[in-house]
Design a protein around this ligand. Structure first.
Ligand SMILES: Nc1nc2c(ncn2[C@@H]2O[C@H](COP(=O)(O)OP(=O)(O)OP(=O)(O)O)[C@@H](O)[C@H]2O)c(=O)[nH]1
Ligand SMILES: [Mg+2]
Length: 373
């Protein structure tokens, strides 16, 4: 999951680190070849006298080059006492040295399905955080770079907070949730997964067979309802989906059920009739939550579709499915930012428990190789 994006972010860390290291090394070369300019620099830098502690050359942070004790000719394990100025221990990450890696980072993000405007915003944050950052001589800057990347990604994921579990807990019952999206993205499967999750949390769930359009859709959701042992409200194929969902809500009210999960037929956002049908559902059903479902694999298409669906029936959040098959990972970053609505869950497979509640920290931890689930 997200391997490609992980690799690319890691590559950026390494590139910046190598580049900064090379700058330090280049200065070592200068020191060895010509001690005078560095010695002059030392004069300027040591208005307050500073004698660094004795440094062992094979320690993690090595001593800077010294005009008096150049590193060339120092044997491993020998102790040298650098006498350079304090400012030479501290270096600053400069814009010109980041230009090329930042450009590569932007391309890498675009290649990983992160939308253009979102990539630019991430790169901007990284740039702002890194440029001018003080670092030590030959310090590994990987951690600094990672923090900047994490901040950049978390910032674009910081959208209207909505905690699904809190909403279910707090909202008057029955809580009605309508799922929309194009064909085959995983709406019905996701409804079954959410029903399974809610049932395990002790809620009484009702499914509404709102896909009255596709042949076989009724049987599919019926199978899930049977497997999960939850009530399904259905009409005939071809019936008005708004009427089916309305009946499901009425049933849930009468029977004191907690949550209604309403399926809808997959539709292409350019199909005016089917999109109007969604508008009718919105008018008839006062849903607590409208959830847009799309595949992580769809990349920028998913972002476009979310925006289109939002115009027919305002969405409150998204669920990305098939994340298990997506190596790029950018859709998750882009869709929340573009819709300004949170991602609620990620679908990670075809089993009922292959669903994980989304939170931005979880995503960045995955991207930087911490959490495994
Ligand atoms: N690998 C993987 N497959 C999934 C996931 N979610 C759904 N699927 C599969 O995607 C296919 C389509 O799923 P459905 O739930 O029927 O999709 P839908 O959006 O309801 O489709 P329509 O009703 O035709 O619009 C099925 O084979 C599911 O098993 C997921 O998170 N990971
Ligand atoms: Mg379906």
């Amino acid at each position: 999951m997200f391997e490609s994006l992980r690799q690319k972010l890691n590559q950026f860390k390494q590139t910046v680190n190598n580049k900064e290291r090379a700058l330090d090394d280049a200065e070592v070369g200068t020191a060895a070849n010509d001690a005078t300019p560095l010695a002059e620099g030392l004069e300027e830098a040591t208005s307050e006298a500073y004698t660094p502690p004795a440094v062992h050359v094979d320690e993690a942070v090595e001593a800077p080059p010294s005009a008096e004790a150049p590193t060339q000719g120092v044997m491993q394990g020998e102790t040298v006492r650098p006498t350079r100025g304090k400012s030479l221990f501290e270096r600053e990450i400069k814009e010109k040295d980041l230009e090329e890696p930042l450009w590569d980072l932007e391309i890498a993000l675009l290649e990983s399905d992160v939308a253009m405007s979102v990539s630019e915003e991430i790169v901007d944050t990284v740039k702002r955080e890194l440029i001018g950052t003080k670092r030590k001589w030959r310090q590994d800057v990987g951690a600094l770079v990672e923090r900047a990347l994490r901040d950049g990604i978390l910032k674009v994921l910081d959208v209207n907070g909505l905690d699904f579990d809190e909403l279910i807990k707090q909202a008057p019952k029955p809580v009605t949730i309508v799922f929309t999206g194009i064909n085959g993205t995983g709406k019905t499967t996701t409804i079954a997964k959410v029903a399974y999750r809610l049932k395990n949390q002790g809620y009484a769930v009702v499914l509404a067979a709102g896909d009255t359009f596709r042949a076989g859709a009724l049987e599919q959701i019926e199978r899930h309802a049977d497997n999960l042992g939850v009530k399904l409200i259905k009409h005939q194929q071809g019936a008005d989906p708004a009427a089916v969902i309305y009946d499901a809500v009425q049933y849930a009210r009468a029977k004191h059920k907690d949550v209604v999960l309403a399926d809808t037929a997959g539709r292409i956002h350019t199909n005016v009739n089917l999109m109007n049908q969604l508008k009718k559902i919105e008018r008839v059903i006062d849903a607590d939550l409208v959830v847009f479902v799309d595949e992580a694999l769809a990349g920028n298409d998913a972002v476009e579709r979310a925006l289109q669906f939002n115009t027919a029936m305002a969405i409150d959040g998204s669920i990305l499915t098939k994340v298990d098959a997506d190596s790029r990972g950018g859709t998750a970053i882009s869709i929340a930012h573009a819709t300004n609505k949170p991602i609620l869950f990620l679908g990670l497979g075809q089993k009922y428990d292959d669903i994980v509640k989304f939170n931005p920290q979880w995503l960045v931890n995955r991207l930087f190789g911490e959490a495994e689930t």
